[in-house]
Write a protein that binds this ligand. Structure first.
Ligand SMILES: [Zn+2]
Length: 302
């Protein structure tokens, strides 16, 4: 062993000692993939919610921003398709895996647009009861500068972008973004493709609102529409229709069971989700926790 390799191996040993494996695993080695969806619209998958880019003649419009530590990788990937700056950033809802990069993109000149409640929640401390976590207010630069309640239309060169609010679905500030010329719909977290959804009851989400949101998406989409879910691979109307059917079936079974006076434990033992678990039960929302959420929601007595 020569001096150089001795120094190198001691250095490695030292690094291992000061950075235990757990810490080393935290370094951001996530790969991003960027693919054209249709027309002017691209989809980026990385860590956190799926991003859409819409390429105009002078600038880019972006939907959602993942986590702050992803911004550099996102920008590098975007540079492989265009040198244009991101002028507008639409948030589908307030969660950090969709808005964590807001500040970075705002600092580079992007104007952030969202539903009114996204600004309200980003600008104040939030208690995410589902995860037992207090989320502090986001930095001011990451707050949306332009908000709306029901809908908004952005004309981005060739693309007419229809942004519409769906009430009390995943949260109380969800919007879907429909690129009308390219026929692409970004649904944010009102769609977890191939997984039971996380419904954030503490942020105003509800199972019925979630199903209603799916209905609105199904109404907007046609057979050709390409659908970007909040999480998961690119999807389409057929898959969305069967997702909606699954959620509605599970919900109505739980409604009936509650009417019969069954307890949450008895409901869980019934296995109401069983036939769907192979298709949807492998995500971070387990079948039991999905049932739990629906039961909690329906038992709130509103
Ligand atoms: Zn979310």
């Amino acid at each position: 062993m020569n001096v150089f390799s001795l120094v190198l191996s001691s250095l490695l040993l030292f690094l291992l000692l000061i950075c235990p494996p757990k810490m080393m695993a935290q370094k951001n080695d996530v790969q991003v993939s960027l693919n054209k969806v249709n027309g002017t619209v691209y989809m980026l998958e990385g860590k956190g919610g799926n991003i859409a880019f819409c390429l105009g003649k002078e600038s880019v419009l972006m939907v959602d921003s993942q986590f702050a530590d992803m911004s550099e990788k996102i920008s590098t990937a975007l540079k492989t398709i265009t040198d244009l700056p991101v002028a507008k950033l639409v948030n589908t809802h307030w969660h950090g895996d969709h808005t964590g990069g807001n500040e970075n993109f705002a600092n580079q000149g992007a104007q952030i647009i969202s539903h009114n409640n996204v600004r309200k929640r980003l600008s104040t401390e939030q208690n995410m009861k589902a995860f037992n976590r207090i989320v502090p207010a986001a930095p001011r630069a990451s707050w949306p500068k332009q908000t709306f309640n029901d809908e908004s239309i952005i004309y981005h060169d060739e693309e007419e972008i229809f942004i519409f609010h769906v009430e009390n679905a995943h949260t109380d500030g969800d919007v879907m973004v429909y690129f009308t010329s390219s026929n692409v719909l970004h649904m944010g977290d009102t769609y977890f493709k191939g997984k039971y959804p996380f419904i954030d009851l503490g942020s105003g989400g509800s199972i019925q609102g979630y199903i209603n949101a799916l209905d609105q998406a199904i109404f907007v989409a046609d057979e050709e529409t390409l659908i970007i879910p909040g999480h998961g691979k690119l999807s389409n109307k057929d898959e969305l229709v069967s997702y909606r059917k699954t959620l509605a079936t599970i919900k109505s079974r739980i409604v009936k069971a509650i009417e019969l006076g069954m307890s949450l434990e008895e409901i869980k033992e019934k296995g109401f989700t069983k036939e769907f678990d192979a298709s949807y039960g492998t995500g971070f929302i387990s079948p039991d926790s999905f049932v739990d959420t629906i039961w909690t929601d329906l038992s709130r007595g509103e």
